[in-house]
Ligand binder design. Sequence first.
Ligand code: ATP
Ligand code: MG
Length: 141
Amino acid sequence: LQLTMALLKPDVIANPIVATEIKETILRNGFFFVQSRYLRLNRQKAEEFYQEHKGRFFYNRLVSFMSSGPISAHILVRDDAIRHWRQLMGPTKVFKTVYECPNSLRGRFGLTDTRNSMHGSDSEPTAEREIAFFFPEFDIA
Ligand code: ATP
Ligand code: MG
């Protein structure tokens, strides 16, 4: 079994019907929720979370969006969780996704390339760092 970190971004949390549908889809795809929390990132924390993208043209709009309202953070577990969660989300770019992966979560609910509904860890070291970022008290042991 593998852990991954999922975020439901402010566009999703603003719409409880969509948030519920996404969480049900996650469960129907074999994941278990290990821990969850609702929170709001301030700008500084959003910058810290996305520091790898500092300098990219979308960085400012990304951190503005991610600190614009509440989000939810979830530790998910299943076999091959990182790959399966990214596959369920679909590609980053929504305008491509709606044509190529219309049944993925971003294909169904993503609004724009920035407001793309969800985040998923992209590797095991990233998942470990992101879990520690949102759940500092979490210990696998
Ligand atoms: P995430 O890290 O949120 O799971 P990702 O790994 O698919 O998404 P990254 O390349 O890590 O994509 O980009 C992080 C986030 O930055 C994206 O989810 C999106 O919100 C935003 N972003 C990425 N590329 C663009 C772009 N070309 N235009 C606008 N926003 C973008
Ligand atoms: Mg990423």
